[in-house]
Design a protein around this ligand. Structure first.
Ligand SMILES: [Zn+2]
Length: 193
């Protein structure tokens, strides 16, 4: 990528395009996601009995949005049927992404059920994503369930997903299934006695 192209991309990331609250372009947003990143978020989001949610930050590279980092937010409400992120905590996360010229490329959350039917977005999920889309964010939704299904969605903005790497299988358009479960790797500080 040329340096002029890189600086242009960074400007786009810092100032999402807005036009009277309506996304000015309906071009397809393309998302490239590592299978290991996906498997790791599946493990995190489905470890308890409640719904859980993370924000995901990434950058634009050669026309594809990457998903680089999980941003953990506080919850106002969390139960088996609902998770609601705290506004101030979410705002702090967005500020951190913006300061580092990253965009909010995803909101990943879990539904505690089993089976393909458990990963359909609710009307609340779609309303949440519609707000981000009107504000010009390239935010992809993902819903995970206990037995490893994940569905990618938007509230209507055209999108394309590529999952890169092994251990995750596409079962239908925008629906994938985890084939392996990551083992928890103990954290270690190198250099300690
Ligand atoms: Zn949901």
């Amino acid at each position: 990528m040329k340096s002029s192209e890189r600086s242009k991309n960074l400007r786009v990331l810092k100032t999402p395009s807005r036009s009277n609250g309506v996304c000015p372009t309906q071009t397809t947003s393309r998302h490239a996601i590592s299978s290991l990143f996906l498997l790791d978020q599946w493990r995190r989001l489905t470890c308890g009995k409640t719904e859980q949610l993370i924000a995901v930050g990434g950058v634009r590279l050669e026309g594809w949005w990457t998903h680089q980092i999980a941003v953990f937010v506080d919850y106002d409400v969390v139960s088996a049927g609902e998770v609601r992120a705290n506004f101030a905590s979410s705002h702090r996360g967005l500020v951190q992404l913006s300061r580092h010229a990253h965009a909010l490329t995803g909101i990943f959350h879990s539904h505690p059920g089993f089976g393909r039917g458990a990963v359909e977005p609710s009307s609340t999920d779609l309303a949440t994503h519609a707000r981000f889309e009107r504000a010009g964010y390239p935010t992809l939704g993902a819903i995970f369930n206990k037995d490893g299904f994940v569905k990618f969605f938007t509230a209507g903005a055209p999108f394309e997903v590529q999952v890169i790497g092994g251990g995750v299988q596409e079962v239908e358009a925008n629906v994938y299934r985890m084939l392996t479960r990551l083992r928890r790797v103990p954290l270690r500080t190198f250099g300690d006695a």
